[in-house]
Structure formats: structure tokens, C-alpha cells
Write a protein that binds this ligand. Structure first.
Ligand code: KG4
Ligand code: ZN
Length: 343
């Protein structure tokens, strides 16, 4: 019997990427992302500018995704969109577009949790998949969570940050060093050339599987100020430019060790050996290497997503839409977007 594939159009607009993807069953036909250069001069995402850029980008991005996928509107089984968490104005642009699109075509509309979608990115395509239950460390610019993944749509957050996210720790430290936003990828780039043990930064002592990164940010600020005025440098800028690689390597080492220590504790106590990472910070080479080292020691089986599915994208929204479609989890017309959304 020749069964028709499920075709999902995924829309992502929670922060500063406007993205659309087309998925045929679990295979990606198109995955288009438009970034927003407009925030570079501000050292962070400016919500109002993000909403406006989403409005400009959304139709061309969806158009391009459909052309690349080689599908017509009538082929689409359902539209999945990011319901939250994220910037409300940004979410509204993608959400309103998805709603109008689904209504016009009279097809189901599927609201998707962005954090759940980062995890389900592991199920895109035909490669080896983690088996349930597994642990996922979800690390992005807004979140740091250890999630117990029991099934595609059954997840429990067992640990999270009590203040800054891991991505925020990278970005804020980068900002202190005068690097442009987002600084995470740049810290990673310089860290590859530096000595991770040259400087010591404090690691927060938080009970259980929770995290805290705000103390590191403060310690880092004083570290730069004080070293900039020691007997070898006259300004913080001089200290940074002379030691950038070692500073980045040591900072990255501290953040990665903090994440790994909690992950080790969780795998041990819950007796789970399959470990995945998700979210923008999972692109970090230090974190990837630390996980792979555990795998080489025979401790864990590790799942690391391809780079294009680490940072925000719509393919992950579409795959979550696929599993929700199979379970009949579709939305009514009154479904809205939510800046805060839990699962
Ligand atoms: O998941 P994501 O694209 O957006 C959010 O939902 O936040 O994550 C973005 C975050 C930023 O903080 C960025 O600096 C960080 O991921 N990031 C990295 C790397 N690539 C992206 N942090 C460290 N090393 C990287 N290679
Ligand atoms: Zn994200």
C-alpha cells in the first residue's frame, strides 16, 4: 500500500531568527533561517527590532522553504509553530502567520514548545536515535535544563538554572571583553587556541541538578578589572588583548565543567547511560569534546545534534509538530503565543 507522507510546515520566530522548514515524515525537505544583523550594534537582542525584522522576513522565508522542498500548499498536512517560550512580540509574528496559513488552507495548527523542540531535533532524519528514557542537557541563550525524556512528548525538567543561562554566561563574559553579540561562538573560537587551566573561576555550589551562573559573571567582571591594573598591564583592554585565548579557554572550561558535573550526578543517580545535548550552546566544541570523552571511557552513549539543528531552527519545530500530529495534539482557533511556557 502506498501511504501518503505527513508533510509539516514548521515556523520558528521565538527570538532573533525567522525560520521555516518542511518535513516529510521525519525527513527534512527544506530548512531556511534568516538571521537578524540589526542587533549586532546593541550587544543583545532588541525585542522591538526583532518583531519588525520577523515581519519583514516571514513571508520570504516560508516561500523559500516551500520552493526548496518542491511542494505546493495543498500538499501540507499541518502547520506547526513555536508557541513559546520566547519574546512575545517575536512569537506573535510567527504565531499569527501560522494561524492564518492553517485557516486559509483548512488544515490543523500545532503549537510547539521551543525547548521540547530543541530536544526532539535528535529525531530528524534517519541516523541513530537516543532510546527512551534518556537525559538531555538543553543549553541555550535563555535556558539551561537537564531534562528526563521519557517519550517523544513526555519530558520532565529535573534541573535548571536559578539565574543566568549557560549561553548568557558566555555572551555576558564576551560582552565584558568587548566582543560582539552573540559572544558564545567567539569565546569557543579563541578557546581552541588557549590554555584552559591558566585562570581559575569559581563554580557555584547549588544543590541537586540545578545551576547558577550569575556568580561567575560577577567574578569574571572583577577578574578583568583587577588584572587590567596589575604590574604587567595598564588597562583591562591591554590584559584582554594579550591573553584573550587563555581567558576564553579558562572561562569555557569552567562553564563546561559546571554543566558536566551536574550531568554526571544525574546519570549516576538515575542510572541512565544515554545522554543528549540540545540548544545553541551544544554547538560549543568544549562541551562536545567533554561529552565524547565520557563516551570514549565507555560511560555514556552520547547524542550530539548536527550544527544546523543546535541553534534556533524550524526543522525542530516541524519534527515536534510531526509527533504531535500523530497523537492528534492540534490546537483550537483560540490558541495564543506565550512568553513563558513550561512542559
Ligand atoms: O538555542 P539558541 O540558538 O537560542 C536560544 O533559544 O537562546 O542559543 C543561542 C545561544 C547564545 O547564547 C550563543 O552565544 C550560544 O547559544 N552559542 C554558543 C556557541 N554557539 C552558540 N555558546 C558557546 N559556544 C558556541 N559555539
Ligand atoms: Zn533556542
Amino acid at each position: 500500500m502506498n501511504t501518503k507522507p505527513i508533510i509539516i510546515l514548521g515556523i520558528e520566530s521565538s527570538c532573533d531568527e525567522t525560520a521555516a522548514a518542511v518535513l516529510s515524515d521525519t525527513n527534512i525537505l527544506a530548512n531556511i533561517i534568516a538571521g537578524q544583523e540589526v542587533h549586532k550594534n546593541f550587544g543583545g537582542v532588541v525585542p522591538e527590532l526583532a518583531s519588525r525584522a520577523h515581519q519583514q522576513n516571514i513571508i520570504p522565508v516560508v516561500d523559500e522553504a516551500m520552493k526548496k522542498a518542491g511542494i505546493k500548499r495543498e500538499d501540507i498536512s499541518a502547520v506547526a509553530f513555536t508557541q513559546g517560550p520566547g519574546l512575545l512580540g517575536s512569537l506573535l509574528v510567527g504565531g499569527s502567520f501560522a494561524k492564518a496559513f492553517a485557516q486559509a488552507l483548512n488544515i490543523p495548527l500545532i503549537p510547539v514548545n521551543h525547548m521540547q523542540a530543541h530536544i526532539l531535533a535528535h529525531f530528524i532524519g534517519t541516523g541513530e536515535k537516543p532510546s527512551f528514557p534518556f537525559l538531555c542537557l538543553t543549553v541555550s541563550g535563555g535556558h539551561t535544563q537537564i531534562v528526563l525524556v521519557k517519550d517523544y512528548l513526555e519530558m520532565e525538567v529535573i534541573g535548571q538554572t536559578t539565574d543566568d543561562a549557560a549561553g548568557e554566561a558566555f555572551d555576558k563574559a564576551a560582552k565584558i571583553m568587548g566582543l560582539p553579540y552573540p559572544g558564545g561562538p567567539l569565546v569557543d573560537k579563541y578557546a581552541k587556541l588557549g590554555n584552559p587551566l591558566r585562570y581559575k573561576f569559581p563554580e557555584a555550589k547549588i544543590p541537586g541538578y540545578d545551576f547558577s551562573f550569575s556568580g561567575l559573571k560577577t567574578a569574571f567582571m572583577y577578574f578583568i578589572r583587577d588584572n587590567g591594573l596589575d604590574n604587567t598591564c595598564t588597562t583591562p583592554e591591554e590584559f584582554i588583548s594579550k591573553n584573550l585565548n587563555d581567558i576564553c579557554a579558562s572561562l569555557q572550561h569552567t562553564i563546561v565543567q559546571t554543566l558536566m558535573n551536574k550531568l554526571r550526578l544525574a546519570t549516576k543517580e538515575l542510572e541512565i547511560r544515554e545522554v543528549a545535548i540540545a540548544g545553541g550552546v551544544s554547538a560549543n566544541s568544549g562541551l562536545r569534546n567533554a561529552l565524547l570523552a565520557e563516551q570514549e571511557k565507555g560511560n555514556w552513549k552520547v547524542f550530539i545534534p548536527p550544527f544546523e539543528y543546535c541553534t534556533d531552527n524550524a526543522a525542530m519545530i516541524a519534527i515536534t509538530g510531526h509527533y504531535k500530529f500523530l497523537k492528534g495534539e492540534i490546537a483550537g482557533e483560540d490558541t495564543g503565543t506565550k512568553a513563558r511556557l513550561y512542559f
